[in-house]
Write a protein that binds this ligand. Structure first.
Ligand code: ARG
Length: 655
């Protein structure tokens, strides 16, 4: 039975009478007060963490070794001294000194029971706001509009959304901004395409699709300018030097993909190489002309050309509608969607200000900021007078600071832009925006199963919509197999939850800085670290309540009078895992790593699964035990659901 009355646990363990759900924080506070003089409390408390094995208790304080070295004392003596001084009651038993100077900490049963009961009854799983609430802007998704969203947009969208949800849940003020690329070169491309290649009937019927087709068409027409142009220059140079056969060999290699041509092939091409090159040259010349024409359209748009502005205004709602469809499907929302165009009128002033402050200087006709340690100038005005990505981002910082007064801005953008952000942040600091914390939340590339950037068989980027369709179709198979009796509409709904969850989870469960392989089969596997596994654990859990005729909400209400019993090691193991939820969420936030949360949820689900195997719930030996186990089940379900919710992933009652 429970020797410590609930009130005592709450009052003593939660300073200020405020209930604290993060047990690690509570332990750290106790130790902070107990470290002897000469030991840095910060690094000591930071070294308190979940222990690697049950053998070493629930938590370990590992700071004695480092601290003893600094102080020149014996680590075991120091550990013994800290153990003597620290008062962990009623949270944990007095710590045990182990090994070279570890302190092993084991939570008390009454504390475990009361903490979990409090969560059940209050319905709260996280602390209100650990630390000072911040205003955090999350700049995420931010696709370049006017071209269809592709697989590359997935990561920023999913990671940014998860971080926003996590910070919000921890009580911070989060502002979600979709910094749309709505002012770039792609508009010159569709403007030119619209004028020269438009299919009026197709445009009238489905403007979004026709604009996407135009974008692809113009891209195909202008792309050879750079790619082919470079190859061609190499061949021409060889010809100039009279190396005819070599030039022929290069043509075969670069344009026909023939690495080891036969001597006959080489000889044959060598004879008529001039005519072959003429064809290629024409193609390049045409591509250059198209590129130049689209560039002029962009410049005209920026300069305020009325017709291009009118068309831009006509195109934008169509582009936005296409994006919104994807966001709705993924359950993503934004507070603002200002986009680059919004900042256009501010760019001249930004540049003038940077010039007046002596930060921007002329460099080969362009205007640039030179930052210490950077290997290139940071261009803010091109030679032709055009402002660029950097100028817009600087204007955006000024606007955000003046409008929202953020403590932090998170830019969720892939790793290829890390130089840009280094330069941007350095420039912003020198410009005077030195109190806001600007962070590039960088991530790696999505690869195909072959380990190369994910492309369709034809070599195109994979459209996001079709990818999501595929995921839902794959999930439908899983649902058909597992729950053949569900009604078709229910199956479709569950397939959406499972398919989209699988895609999101696969992304979030990676260490975000690494690349990962996109593999739908693995993502929807019922076993392993997948959303499907967690969703399945959740659904199975719900089925216990259905089978037992227990209403979870009603059950939770009376949970205050239930006594939690941890006699079986699997019960205690699950209880300790459950207790750690706030730690995982707070750590994921602190390190900006959603995969800390996915790892935790996966561990929770596997711990729950061993509990479920070893401890009968509905058929428990007594009513008391049954209720205690049901309480653990209910809390597991809530924690899984809430945790997945923070990742933007849904759950289904049946799966
Ligand atoms: N539109 C950009 C791209 O597609 C990403 C924008 C990220 N946000 C920013 N403030 N620069 O590459």
């Amino acid at each position: 039975s429970n020797p410590v009355p609930p009130s005592r646990v709450s009052d003593e363990s939660f300073p200020g009478g405020k209930v604290r759900l993060n047990v690690l924080t509570l332990l750290r506070e106790r130790f902070r007060r107990a470290v002897p003089e000469g030991v840095d409390p910060e690094s000591f408390t930071r070294a308190i963490r979940e222990s690697g094995s049950d053998k070493f208790g629930d938590y370990q304080a590992n700071g004695c070794m480092a601290a003893a070295k600094t102080a020149g004392v014996n680590p075991r003596d120091l550990a013994a001294a800290v153990a003597q001084r620290v008062d962990l009651a009623p949270l944990a038993n007095p710590p045990e000194v182990a090994g070279p100077g570890f302190l092993n900490i084991t939570l008390t049963t009454p504390f475990l029971a009361e903490t979990l009961k409090h969560r059940l009854v209050s319905g709260r799983l996280l602390d209100d706001c650990p630390g000072t609430p911040q205003t955090i802007i999350v700049d995420f998704s931010s696709p370049n509009v006017a071209k269809p969203m592709h697989v590359g947009h997935l990561r920023s969208t999913v990671i940014g959304d998860a971080l926003a949800r996590i910070f919000e849940a921890l009580g911070h003020k989060v502002w979600r901004d979709n910094h749309l690329g709505d002012w770039g070169a792609q508009f010159g491309m569709i403007l030119w395409g619209y004028r020269h290649l438009r299919d009026p009937i197709a445009y009238a019927k489905n403007p979004v699709r026709e604009l996407a087709r135009l974008y692809r068409k113009v891209n195909d027409l202008s792309k050879p300018a750079e790619e082919l142009g470079e190859k061609l220059d190499k061949v021409l140079k060889m010809l100039d030097e009279g190396r005819r056969d070599e030039a022929a060999r290069l043509v075969l290699k670069l344009f026909d993909g023939r690495e080891t041509p036969t001597p006959e092939e080489v000889a044959k091409l060598s004879k008529r190489i001039a005519s072959r090159l003429r064809v290629l040259q024409e193609k390049v010349a045409h591509a250059r002309a198209v590129t130049e024409a689209t560039r002029r359209e962009t410049a005209k748009l920026h300069a305020g050309d009325p017709e291009n502005r009118r068309l831009w205004n006509e195109f934008m709602p169509h582009c936005l509608r296409a994006l919104e469809a994807v966001y709705r499907r993924l359950d993503i929302r934004f507070d603002t969607q200002l986009g680059e165009s919004f900042f256009d009128p501010m760019l001249a002033d930004v540049v003038a200000d940077l010039q007046a402050k002596g930060l921007a200087v002329e460099s080969e006709g362009a205007l640039a900021v030179f930052n210490e340690g950077a290997n290139a100038p940071f261009l803010i005005r091109k030679r032709d007078g055009a402002y660029n990505y950097a100028t817009t981002d600087l204007a955006t910082i000024k606007h955000r600071v003046e409008t929202y007064h953020p403590d932090r801005v998170l830019y969720v953008v892939d790793h290829r832009q890390s130089d840009h952000f280094k330069q941007l942040f350095a420039t912003a600091r020198r410009w005077g925006y030195d109190t806001v914390d600007l962070v590039h939340v960088s991530f790696g590339t999505i690869l195909g199963r072959d380990g190369r950037p994910y492309k369709t068989r034809a070599g195109d980027v994979v459209g996001l919509e079709s990818l999501l369709d595929e995921a839902v179709a794959q999930a439908r198979k899983v649902v058909e197999e597992n729950s053949p009796d569900l009604k078709p509409a229910e199956k479709a709904k569950v397939a959406r939850i499972v398919g989209l969850g699988a895609v999101k989870y696969a992304d979030l469960s990676q260490n975000r800085t690494s690349d990962y392989k996109f593999d739908l089969d693995k993502m929807t596997a019922m076993n392993g670290n997948t959303a499907t596994y967690l969703q399945y654990a959740y659904a199975r859990n719900r089925s216990i309540f259905r089978k037992g005729g227990v209403d979870p909400a009603k059950f939770a209400k009376k949970a205050g009078s239930i006594e939690l019993i941890f006699n079986h090691p699997a019960e205690r193991g699950l209880a300790v895992k459950l207790v750690r939820y706030p730690e995982a969420v707070e750590l994921a936030a602190a390190e900006l790593k959603p995969n800390i949360l996915t790892d935790y949820l996966f561990q929770l689900a596997t711990t729950y699964s061993s509990f479920f195997e070893e401890c009968p719930v509905l058929k428990a030996e007594s009513d008391e035990r049954r209720d205690s186990r049901l309480a653990l089940c209910e809390l597991t379900a809530r924690t899984l659901k809430a945790g997945l919710g923070l990742l933007g992933i849904g759950t289904a009652e049946r799966l």
